[in-house]
Design a protein around this ligand. Sequence first.
Ligand SMILES: Nc1ncnc2c1ncn2[C@@H]1O[C@H](COP(=O)(O)OP(=O)(O)OP(=O)(O)O)[C@@H](O)[C@H]1O
Ligand SMILES: Cc1cn([C@H]2C[C@H](O)[C@@H](COP(=O)(O)O)O2)c(=O)[nH]c1=O
Length: 206
Amino acid sequence: MSSSSARFISFEGIDGAGKSTHIEAVSARLRERGATVLNTREPGGTPLAETLRGLFLHEGMDHLTEALLVFAGRRDHLVKVIEPALAAGQTVVCDRFADASFAYQGHGRGMDLQVLATLEQWVLQGRQPDLTLWFDLPAEQAAQRRAAAREADRFEQQDLDFFNRVRAGYAARAAAAPQRFVRIDASGDIASVAAQVAAALEARGW
Ligand SMILES: Nc1ncnc2c1ncn2[C@@H]1O[C@H](COP(=O)(O)OP(=O)(O)OP(=O)(O)O)[C@@H](O)[C@H]1O
Ligand SMILES: Cc1cn([C@H]2C[C@H](O)[C@@H](COP(=O)(O)O)O2)c(=O)[nH]c1=O
């Protein structure tokens, strides 16, 4: 891959699906092939958006406020970090992006998907990842992994029904954009998941 081939790759999935476990290996692989890789995340990615992240994860708020906050942070992130990096020919690897808003605020919280689509249009102006790796895992299994790993934030405290809806939300987004999404079966061991991720990159010649 030449350093001028800008790519935008997002990682998605319910909490505890295993995204973060694979992000550094993906970035290392792309760097080995010549890319300049920028690792970032949402909510967050800029000082302002990281401040909003703290509120988003820990303060109580209504669902529309939650969606507006995450899209406000996303706008700052897009304008200050993602677009300049892509314009400079870098590869952007982002832990979650706008699909998460449809899955969590839309399907999880029950917000009107059309309102989210309008926000997406205003904020992203058509920008979408080139590839979205969706780590798909049953909610029960993800909960077991989370329980062993860390203290729960406002989202991670939600029940299995919530995460089943979020998972269905990702499935709907994947079905609507099959050329962009690759479903990774995240239920196996770390090596089997890593092999699927590598195959998805290999298939694109990345
Ligand atoms: N394939 C796997 N099998 C068993 N455990 C795993 C697997 N992948 C990751 N884990 C473990 O599950 C926990 C959650 O993984 P990780 O933090 O990568 O998930 P995540 O999708 O990034 O979660 P979040 O989005 O909530 O931060 C960690 O303790 C990690 O070590
Ligand atoms: C981008 C985005 C995220 N969320 C939720 C999903 C997770 O529960 C947290 C982020 O935590 P992580 O450990 O960094 O994965 O935020 C959301 O509800 N909506 C979004 O758009």
